[in-house]
Write a protein that binds this ligand. Sequence first.
Ligand code: ME8
Length: 593
Amino acid sequence: MLRISALRLLGRRGASRVSLSEDFSLRQYSSGPLGVRDDTRDSRAYFTTPIFYVNAAPHIGHLYSALLADALCRHHRLRVPSGAATGFSTGTDEHGLKIQQAAAAAGLAPSELCDRVSAQFQQLFREADISSTDFIRTTEARHRVAVQHFWGMLKARGLLYKGLYEGWYCASDECFLPEAKVTRQPGPSGDLCPVSLESGHPVSWTKEENYIFRLSQFREPLQQWLRGDPQAITPEPFHHTVLQWLEEELPDLSVSRRSSHLHWGIPVPGDDSQTIYVWLDALVNYLTVIGYPNAEFKSWWPTTSHIIGKDILKFHAIYWPALLLGAGMSPPHRIYVHSHWTVCGQKMSKSLGNVVDPRTCLDRYTVDGFRYFLLRQGVPSWDCDYYDEKVVKLLDSELADALGGLLNRCTANRINPSGIYPAFCTACFPSEPGSAGPSGRAQAEDYALVSSVATLPEQVADHYDNFQIYKALEAVSSCVRQTNGFVQRHAPWKLNWESPVDAPWLGTVLHVALECLRVFGTLLQPVTPSLADRLLSRLGVSSTERSLGELHFLSRFYGHPSPFEGRRLGPETGVLFPRLDQSRSWLVKAHKT
Ligand code: ME8
């Protein structure tokens, strides 16, 4: 980060403090997290991923961010009425020194490199079933208009001045660094080279006249925003980290580079000798997508949830809200932060040659399988380690054996020869445990199962709200285990449809298990969309019966009619999720290396 001490300011320093009392004032935070336009907040939501640099092909970390955003967005769609608008954007970050240098190193024009790698991201996200509604490229004309307009707003509000920047710049991270964040490491020739303490990437000394943003004026407003909205940055430890950063001095920020040095970017309006800093350019993508500067953007902003990795927290939680406040807008509604994937205990990097190709993983484990793995194992608060055996073990046990086995047990022709959703017998399973007559068969554990599954959708929603998708999946998985226990306990395969004593209870056991499966299928839609579709279709659940509002779990138990009782099951009887064959050649190879 640029430090005041590194600046010799040539321009006007004492411009008046920015006024925050306009329509998008901080006053709105004193009464809670919701910004202006509370009426639209309820129906509209807008999710974003970072836009990814095109200097290298996508890896599983990029896919993970996109999956988290996709699952949040799909879960939101399950919750709201079907007509409600939900936006979801992703894209590629194509300007800046990093891309300019990567293109030169590859002997390509920057635009060629951008086209090539952006296409790889688009293809990966299509294959991985990412349900984004927009894919933005920062080289598009619509984006240039938005960035230049945004710049004009900052300028008009007296928040930009010209000054001399002198200090360290890290092209790989596209950021300025104070001396305290720079260390020396032996380079290829053995000489000590300056590198970023955090990322280990090389830094170079830069001295030039730039446009500078009065970031220092926003320290208090940012503190006020975060203190007034404890959920603005989730999970909590990241919120805390940002507040700690704000305890320190917040220097002004250089927001342009000399065009002779950086030509691959958007020119400063009215001054072609300067190119806009790539982070300012990149952050505005979130506005471009919703139509900024046209007024339509106001119905989407600030109903925004940014999903980001911890590496770019400072840019999203300090620079971006400050820039927005500077331009007269509110900070985003939520910033969801996740940690990183490592591979066999090491940071993923091209130079270590341990980058995991997400497309190979989607091929090996199937799209649903790999989506499930990343979201079930990824814990936002700390780094997670990737290795192939872990994927196989998880998918075999939770998707193939537990979930697939349960479906098979309850729908197989042998056990359910009529192929219908059987009737629930209230005398066998009365809603009051103590009121069972002579036909009562349900046990205490069965009531515990019903209670667990009945409260599961709410628990899952809470976990989504807290950005703990892995916990939502853990809760579903635990209920799947409980349901398998229920089926095992009552061994429907030992009961006889021909016996008037067995038949109502046999039907009830299957009905309860199918109802549980219907809840699991509905709740898994955001994570494993096509597996959930196959599961729900097998249960005969139509496409209009798959939202959370339509769930009505085990309505017969609660004294209401069930639309499913007596309904024909779907015709597709295939295996829900095949066990991953551990003898596959790629796995053997992975063991040997
Ligand atoms: O920073 N594990 O782009 P980027 C998990 N263009 N997620 C990871 C990861 C890992 N090992 N590595 C990367 C940029 N990510 C800027 C963003 S936004 C206005 C501009 C994910 O290509 C994670 O989301 O370096 C991280 O924040 C992002 O990719 C960085 O992608």
